[in-house]
Design a protein around this ligand. Structure first.
Ligand code: SF4
Length: 389
């Protein structure tokens, strides 16, 4: 059992140790910062002042169209990029007919978090993850809570020089079992995620990523080979909800099916935003789709929206709306439904579908008690799907 205050102290201590280790042992120019708070609007602490794009990592999954044009095929946008220009996410640049990932090895946010913060509730509860975020994103959500990163170019941000080897070595030395790509969308920095994931798996670490899920099937399948678990932000279940993210729903649903079929653990988070995606019928339709296509055991997190970025005019989500969403998911037959961003709510915790006992007691991101033993409910023995060690 670990209290929230103790957890904060523990994380702070690790960050201080981390800074020293990275600075002294690895590379003198590296530092490990405490960066943006996840799901908050806190400003990022600076590291190396930006020196602009990097051209050492050629992009994967692109084609040369002739006349200097290239087409990036990582995500649903399939950007056609003329010479000297960048794709929608701002992270892919066509330089002389070659497409580069210009933020590879240059994260602007690095932080140690509890795995619960993703949210990721069925993977080694109470353990730490090394979180990496960069500039850029392939969505531009009006409500983005990390817009300081996601809606900026590499030139606008300070960053850390952390090639894949440095990240993996750091996680190993600090005993952090999992590396997570989060904050902005990992899809927009695909090659960095892929290189870190491959190296991390070779070294016995776990890899998770938190994404909008609008990735094309081929790059997705390739990355899943080196992925343990994924948290997908389902922005709603209508084009209206996806218009608010300047994106599309269909590619996300396709990706969810591929992840599930690949046997990679997936959890879904739905930020419920008043007037955007809080229609009860839409929530029911979404839950039915999840149950019919991914099964009843996929954890669904209904998360509370707070006014941010371009949507400061909206109120926070009423807690009753989240509770209603929870009861709809229950009626549909989903087994693991939680409510997030409401610290102390009883729906922060996980309950056994077999006996209804509380099997993981959480307060916000802290695990107070875990009654799962060898993947089973400690009360009735019901098998609880997930990654428990
Ligand atoms: S990853 Fe970026 S450049 Fe590539 S298709 Fe998506 S938005 Fe466009």
């Amino acid at each position: 059992m670990i209290s929230r205050s103790r957890l904060v102290i523990t994380i702070s201590s690790l960050v201080i140790m981390a800074t020293a280790v990275v600075s002294i042992v690895l590379f003198s120019r590296y530092t490990l910062p405490v960066m943006a708070e996840h799901n908050s609007e806190s400003h990022l602490t600076s590291a190396t002042p930006s020196q602009g794009p990097s051209y050492h990592r050629e992009a994967m999954f692109y084609q040369n169209l002739g006349d200097g044009l290239v087409e990036c095929n990582i995500c649903f946008r399939n950007c056609v990029i003329p010479q000297g220009e960048r794709g929608y996410c701002k992270n892919k640049e066509n330089k002389g007919g070659t497409l580069y990932n210009i933020v590879h090895g240059r994260p602007s946010a690095v932080q140690i978090d509890p795995v619960e913060k993703e949210p990721m509730y069925h993977m080694m509860p109470g353990t730490q993850i090394l979180c990496i975020g960069t500039a850029g994103c392939n969505f531009s959500c009006n409500h983005c809570q990390n817009w300081h990163l996601s809606q900026r170019s590499i030139e606008d941000l300070n960053y850390y020089n952390l090639p894949p080897e440095a990240i993996v070595r750091f996680a190993l030395e600090q005993g952090i079992p999992t590396i997570s790509f989060t904050y902005n969308d990992p899809i927009s920095v695909y090659e960095y995620v892929y290189d870190v994931a491959k190296l991390a798996k070779e070294n016995g670490l776990k890899i998770i990523w938190h994404s909008n899920g609008a990735i094309n099937p081929e790059p997705l399948r390739k990355l899943l080979q080196y992925t343990d678990a994924v948290t997908i932000d389902l922005k709603g279940f209508s084009q209206k909800a996806y218009d608010n993210a300047n994106a599309e729903l269909a590619p996300v649903l396709e990706a969810l099916k591929i992840i599930h079929q690949a046997g990679v653990w997936v959890e879904i988070v739905n930020l419920v935003i008043p007037t955007v995606n809080d229609d009860i019928n839409e929530i029911r339709e979404m839950c039915e789709w999840i149950k019919n296509n991914l099964g009843p055991y996929v954890p669904v997190h209904f998360s509370r929206f707070h006014p941010s970025y371009k949507m400061k005019h909206l109120p926070s989500t009423p807690i009753k709306t989240l509770e209603k969403a929870h009861s709809i998911a229950e009626e549909v037959g989903m087994h693991f439904i939680t409510v997030g961003n409401v610290p102390g709510h009883s729906y922060n915790s996980t309950y056994c579908p077999g006996c209804d006992e509380k099997i993981i007691h959480r307060v916000h991101f802290s695990v107070l008690e875990n009654k799962i033993k060898e993947g089973k409910c400690g009360y009735c023995g019901y098998k609880i799907p997930g990654i428990w060690q």
